[in-house]
Design a protein around this ligand. Sequence first.
Ligand code: IPM
Ligand code: MG
Length: 356
Amino acid sequence: MPHKIAVLAGDGIGPEVIAEAVKVLKATGADFSFEEALIGGTAYDKTGHPLPQKTLDLCKESDAVLLGAVGGPAWDHLETKLRPEVGALLPLRAELQLFANVRPAKTLPALLLASPLKGERGLVDLVVVRELTGGIYFGKPRERRENGTVAVDTCIYSKSEIERIAQRAYEIARHRRHNLVSVDKANVLETSRLWREVVTDIAEQNHDVSTSHMLVDNCAMQLIRDPQQFDVILTENMFGDILSDEASMITGSLGLLPSASLSHHKDGKSFGLYEPVHGSAPDIAGQQRANPIAAILSAAMMLKYTFGENDVAFRIDQAVDAVLEHGLRTADIFEKGTRLASTAEMGDAIAGKLAE
Ligand code: IPM
Ligand code: MG
């Protein structure tokens, strides 16, 4: 049976970068079947909804989902529940029970000097494990009151929601450097106090991993001051949203960062949705200027977390490193002395390396 992948290219640069990720997956020689479906503003324009039922059904029938990006100024005027971000991404995460968002931020040696920190901090290799289906993104009611002059968002967490993401973060830490920092705002928020209590209990069952707790404002500062201190950062939905963007910049470009959003797992393998951390970048869409590496590395994460094909995933990571070592660069990471590549040229080079 081929591995069945739902391909949701989405808006902006989504289709361009996803085309390269599919190209690279095909070049691995593994057996995949790909089926495309609409999502985001593009889906809204064609069907009147950013997450058509057909798309959701396809995702549920597939082994994994490869997603480009959604959203853009063309759809910003829509009412909140029809906007691509809220109307497509959030229900997709909830419906597919993608509670564990895994966002590695790793400096690629060839790009050390491209980081805004200019290599001063050395190589960074951390992963943010972000709770993705709870907290303030999903707490009801999300509403306007008193003639629109008062707005309400509610942050709710249950013990079981915290337990399952913490367990997953420990499993990930166990395959890395055995160091976990749980990030919260326990000096202010009740949800954070519960978070800390639950993580403290789970830590008791995971003595092989060292655990510490850090307040989110301090973590934001420590990420700039000394990012090498971090291995696994475990945190709730909104803190993870913010910290993962911050962490990504330490590595030089948002165009390089992949992500996995995982559901419950069986035998170490999870259903998952894989997407680049960057957004739809409407300003450069359709120009072949986008960096497809984040999408390609997301495909590599799929091989690892959903299909257990760690060797093939590793070969993709190596092909990306090799192409960068050879001096090929998309516009976002271009420097003097390197060679400028279009989106497709970068994808071709990586696929070509794999086929060697
Ligand atoms: C992300 C994005 C989304 C989020 C938005 C687009 C809803 O910023 O995946 O990090 O906040 O989760
Ligand atoms: Mg974000």
